[in-house]
Write a protein that binds this ligand. Structure first.
Ligand code: AN0
Ligand code: CP
Length: 314
């Protein structure tokens, strides 16, 4: 595998999930694979899990890691072709990507949606420019439209916890005071279409995700009916796709224990970070059915598997 840009880069999901579960048992079993190789992590946005789990994954494979925060520390980059660069941006991605390629063997990038211009975000300018100009493999650590490391993690976590061959999985929107990207939800929806599940999305009217992504997945605008008999409740806020970037704060969509009681004793999942008592009440996230901490732990093995695939290809 050259790049891990989206879950479309996974050639055989079942094999990958099983391999990740094996890696989790003996994380140091390939600790020479990345010897004398360097991964560079570039962050245009904050992170806790992605930053540390990807570093940990690289270290488990024996790699060296260098990290750079662009916010405040990096030159602001220009992406336009032929731009007269007399405005704010100091360096073109053409040079930046080629320069970094000389210091590293693998590159991983986080660049969120700006939520101002849908066409610009959905063009995936930042990740696609780095893929175009870098001479080395590129991994998506959450781009404008997707978070494929998170989705692979979620596939691993659901596989570990499912009690039936075809569990009912519900992606539920929940309120949030700030505008958040659709990336996590997009990749989760794509992933569930590749897994053997009864998958339902529930959100308020106006918060439909891109139809190119949701395709035939059923949408239930009634959260309580969607929760009925669910085995997994996967919660995420996203801002509107149609009224691009519009915040959704409807408090009646908060995840409560009362709503969880409608499910088939469902596991509660969230990619984190989460705002307690806004998105989900304490009673749910602190309950025995909450698997958010294990889910975050699986980030390491998802990243390690992706890195292993890339290192084995080179
Ligand atoms: C980000 C988002 O919703 O895309 C990152 C989640 C992994 N969340 C926040 O900015 C709170
Ligand atoms: N889930 C996730 O990607 O978390 P961070 O934003 O902390 O990396």
């Amino acid at each position: 595998m050259k790049n891990y840009f989206s879950i479309k880069d996974i050639d055989s999901l079942n094999t990958w999930v099983q391999e990740a579960i094996e890696l989790k048992k003996t994380p140091l079993s390939h600790n020479q694979l990345g010897k004398d190789k360097t991964i560079g992590l570039l962050f245009f946005n904050p992170s806790l899990r992605t930053r540390l789990s990807t570093q940990k994954a690289a270290m488990n494979l024996g790699m060296n890691v260098i990290v750079m925060n662009f916010t405040g520390e990096g030159w602001s980059l220009e992406y336009g072709d032929g731009t007269v660069m007399d405005q704010g941006n100091s360096e073109h991605v053409k040079e930046a990507a080629q320069v970094v390629s000389q210091y590293c063997d693998v590159l991983a990038i986080r660049a969120f949606a700006k939520l101002e211009d849908r066409k610009d975000d959905y063009s995936e300018k930042v990740l696609k420019s780095f893929i175009k100009y870098a001479a080395i493999p590129v991994i998506n650590m959450e781009s404008a439209t997707g978070h494929p490391l998170q989705a692979l993690t979620d596939a691993i976590t659901i596989t570990e916890h499912k009690k039936t061959d075809k569990p009912k999985v519900v992606l539920s929107w929940a309120p949030h005071p700030k505008a958040l990207p659709q990336a996590v939800a997009n990749s989760f929806v794509e992933m569930m279409q590749h897994m053997d599940t009864h998958f339902v999305i529930t959100h308020p009217v106006g918060f439909e995700l891109a139809s190119e992504i949701t395709k035939e997945v059923p949408i239930d605008y009634n959260q309580e009916s969607a929760f009925k008999d669910a085995d997994f409740i996967y919660v995420k806020n996203w801002s509107s796709y149609n009224d691009y970037g519009k915040i959704g704060e409807d408090k009646s969509w908060k995840i409560t224990q009362e709503k969880m009681n409608l499910t088939n004793n469902a596991k509660f999942m969230h990619c984190l970070p989460v705002r307690r008592n806004v998105v989900v009440e304490d009673a749910v996230i602190d309950s025995e059915n909450s698997i958010v901490i294990e889910q975050a732990n699986n980030r390491t093995y998802a990243a390690q598997l992706v890195l292993k695939k890339i290192l084995e290809t080179k």
